[in-house]
Design a protein around this ligand. Structure first.
Ligand SMILES: NC(=O)c1ccc[n+]([C@@H]2O[C@H](COP(=O)([O-])OP(=O)(O)OC[C@H]3O[C@@H](n4cnc5c(N)ncnc54)[C@H](OP(=O)(O)O)[C@@H]3O)[C@@H](O)[C@H]2O)c1
Length: 311
């Protein structure tokens, strides 16, 4: 990377944003974060200044992006909740695009999802498609990065599969479990984001890992690597969702949404393109077998307690 310029990341105290910030700092770049979680511990200390993300004040938002060369947007919500909605996330992200344009930001890297579609039945995938379209039409130089499912230390899905395997004698996959997934390590995503931030062409890139599993194979692999005795059975998706809901009530979280089950079953977390990730989930699980799934990772806890670091 050449001379240091200012890179702004939404949510550098969160999950993927933290890895993007870390990579940029390693390259000697200047990094700021725009965040609504100012009280979360800052793992970077003085090296990353945190600025409040003022979605409600477009003028201030533009001022805050003044001098920023590349803006990385990880901001999104995982589901609708009484305190946050997809509709708000879409509106806020559109404001961010607008502010970036007015501030003269050179490049926007937008973290989306594999297989978004404006016609999708799933609000998550519809919302992402709408934002991708808006970014493409904004006139901003941009890269759209479409991850499958992420894994890494702070991850939710893989960790909580391991947690469930550790806690219960039986693990239910949704239906036959034969739908494919290509998990990508969060640091591979960060590498791609940083590379794309340096370019100038408008591109859309899938962020898919080097291994393809069926969902059932992935759960079996995690069980076997962790040397756990747990039976894996097929459960009708509606029943599995109801069980997930009940477990969520016990742990005070939303364990899995119906849209996420549909996305898995419809292979929306699978793409037919060359893998862009390098780190294998199998190796990651093997190397982290002692810690993986020892604690439940709660999405709701992250949202409701903005004073604590993830994990
Ligand atoms: N995790 C995955 O497996 C996965 C898979 C595919 C695509 N993606 C995409 O990757 C991007 C980053 O995901 P991530 O897993 O790295 O997420 P994350 O760090 O947990 O969230 C990104 C940022 O969004 C803000 N945020 C998240 N939920 C929010 C809520 N309910 N209300 C208000 N702000 C919220 C937080 O910003 P503050 O710092 O301001 O609180 C957070 O730092 C997202 O666009 C997601 O759609 C993730």
């Amino acid at each position: 990377m050449t001379a240091s310029v200012i890179h702004a990341i939404t949510g550098a105290f969160g999950y993927s944003g933290k890895y993007i910030a870390s990579r940029l700092l390693d390259h000697g770049q200047s990094v700021i974060t725009l965040t609504q979680s100012l009280q979360r511990p800052n793992p970077f200390g003085d090296r990353v200044k945190a600025i409040p993300l003022c979605f409600d004040d477009p003028q201030k938002l533009t001022q805050q992006l003044d001098g920023v060369n590349v803006l990385y947007i990880t901001y999104w919500v995982r589901f609708n909740h009484r305190q946050f909605t997809y509709a708000q996330a879409i509106q806020n992200t559109l404001r961010l695009f607008e502010a970036a344009k007015h501030a003269g930001v050179r490049r926007v890297v937008y973290v989306s999802i594999t297989n978004p579609s404006v016609d999708s039945k799933m609000e998550y995938f519809r919302g992402k498609a709408k934002l991708e379209k808006a970014l493409a039409e904004s006139g901003l130089s941009h890269a759209i990065l479409r991850p499958t499912v992420l894994f890494g230390r702070e991850d939710i899905l893989v960790n909580n599969i391991a947690w469930t395997l550790r806690k219960l004698p039986v693990f239910g996959v949704f239906g036959d479990g034969q739908y494919r997934v290509q998990p990508i390590h969060v640091d591979d995503l960060a590498r791609l984001a940083v590379e794309l931030g340096q370019g100038s062409e408008n591109v859309t890139v899938n962020a898919n890992g080097p291994e393809t599993f069926t969902y059932r194979q992935m759960v079996e692999m995690i069980r076997d690597e962790l040397k756990i005795k747990c039976r894996i059975i097929s459960v009708p998706p509606r029943l599995a969702h109801a069980i997930g809901y009940a477990v969520g009530k016990v742990v005070g979280d939303v364990t899995i949404t119906w849209d996420e089950i549909l996305a898995l079953k419809n292979e929306l977390l699978y793409v037919d393109t060359q893998p862009t990730g390098k780190i294998k989930l199998t190796e990651y699980v093997r190397e982290h077998a002692d810690e993986l799934g020892q604690r439940y990772h709660s999405e709701i806890a992250r949202r409701l307690d903005r004073n604590r670091a993830y994990v």
